[in-house]
Design a protein around this ligand. Sequence first.
Ligand code: CLF
Ligand code: SF4
Length: 490
Amino acid sequence: MAQLVGLETLMPAGAQDMRAALDGQGCSSSSCGSSSGPSDMPAEIWEKVKDHPCYSEEAHHYFARMHVAVAPACNIQCNYCNRKYDCANESRPGVVSEKLTPVQARRKVISVANEVPQLSVLGIAGPGDACYDWRKTRETFELISADIPDIKLCLSTNGLMLPDRVDEIERMNIDHVTITINMVDPEIGTKIYPWIFYQNRRWTGLDASKILHERQMLGLEMLTARGILTKINSVMIPGVNDQHLMEVNRVVKGKGAFLHNIMPLISDPAHGTHYGLTGQRGPRAMELKALQDKLSDGTKLMRHCRQCRADAVGLLGEDRGQEFTMDLVADEVEYDPTKRETYREVVAEERGQHVAARQKVDVALASVDADEAMLVAVATKGGGRINQHFGHAKEFQIYEVSPAGVTFVGHRKAEQYCEGGWGEDATLDGVIAALEGVRVILCAKIGDCPRESLSAAGIEATDAFAHDWIEAGISGWYAREHASYARQIA
Ligand code: CLF
Ligand code: SF4
């Protein structure tokens, strides 16, 4: 059997190798915007999002983004941010390894593009604010798009300076913009933002929140009027804005936002943030899911965000940044498009097969005589397949299955069970806790020991669907489960 490699390690030279890597034949031992596909949206919109791992859940199985940390300055204070850490608009707390000048960023992006064929998007997400530190943001995008014209440009902002940048954003062909909007009621904003810096002075309290809110709304309206796809990120802060996010969703949807991404607050005293130091907790996984479920009729929801670092490189859920630190990047670099072009041709074929498999799944599930929805955890290295060993997973993708179909609902991080060939019971307890509400784990392989312990905790684990498309494996398990249930009650 041929050796299957994960997409995250995919750097073969030719199309044949790439096909072998993608088609799921065999496995070595060792992660979504909306669930929308081409059938859910106008062709011109699909064309804009089909290679963007954040704006299309489907694309995140195949395409990678990279962030360059060229914008360290920020003009507001969020209670979940410590300036020494990555911008929580678009990142999990973690120090940015190195801040870059635009010229350094160009060298780094070309190096990554030559080595990582999945690369499709260049994002600037801080570590401060891309629209405030605008000169560096603009220079970086202009330098890099001159070398790699087909790379998608994407930026993230708190929105305060956004209205002043919209004309240039349009001129530079930046067609994906994220605004972090945590409130549409400035009273709530006073609990999130102690101050802002605007028009050469510092504003506090209600005045600060009112200005920020008005500028965010204006920026969103201006982007919508120009046809620029706008995603809204909201940080879910229990007891502060969790109930209010329904209203945020309603308002941003009304103003034309393409996607709404609700991210859990990450709060830890060690990060030195106001919330971390005052004991403000983040939401539990099931609280986040409950809110997302309530919003499922609103603006399309992104459920596959990984809260990446401001210098992340790779598929969502992985970070290859350490392979491309500036000391490893050559002084002189020249872009070679060969790998990226070949990869795109291969992926186009593969995606066609995946879409066909998903359609078959929908038909098969509709015939299952059941009415309950179940949560399924999947261990995957990418490519849309069940292709990772249980013991090697650092996160599980969570799907909900019912006769209505298979829907991606999020991911859960967990400590890797198997380190150096051994699994630890304490680690397994953590995995079990992380998988609250999950009925089954589908993976490429699992040993008897963890399987039995998981079973004792009420979670089935099986490798019976190894290397299947994720949706096909899930529907196969669900049909099997209900066939055996039907036999039991016959
Ligand atoms: Fe980066 Fe953000 Fe662009 Fe994506 S990330 S600037 S839209 S290219 Fe994506 Fe990362 Fe979530 Fe951001 S997973 S934190 S949503
Ligand atoms: Fe921090 Fe980003 Fe908020 Fe600025 S906008 S304070 S960098 S989280």
